[in-house]
Design a protein around this ligand. Sequence first.
Ligand code: HEC
Length: 113
Amino acid sequence: MPIAGYDRQRFRRYALLALLCLAWPAQADLAEGKARAKMCAACHGIDGLSKVADAPNLAGNGELYLSRQLQAFRSGERKHPQMSVIAAGLSEQDIAAVAAWYSAIKVSVELPE
Ligand code: HEC
């Protein structure tokens, strides 16, 4: 049946297009997050692993947790001499992007013997 074959092909094309539309924003967000995380890298690393003694690792933390902490630093609800200044300059979009980046980093752990 040529009609059914044609419909199936058209369905596949639309399904692929729909998948691309769903995947595209997530990819764009991550690239944006990685670019913005450059301003965090001196302390937290681009890989989310702390580079200075008093900064925590961010890699693999929950996206919601990370963005809530950044919002708390920005609003003054949470205070720290360095983070409060840094967070004050972040937009909602910056926060979403860096939280998406650091939460997407996969971490593995090794328990001590
Ligand atoms: C100059 C060093 C420095 C830079 C740059 C910096 N941070 Fe931090 N960050 C810290 C320190 C130190 C802390 C620990 C704060 C505390 O003790 O309350 C921290 C804490 C945090 C926390 C809380 C983590 C937790 O486990 O509660 C988040 C989230 C965070 N930083 C995100 C960022 C992001 C995103 C950027 C870039 C936009 C950034 N930081 C840039 C030093 C820095």
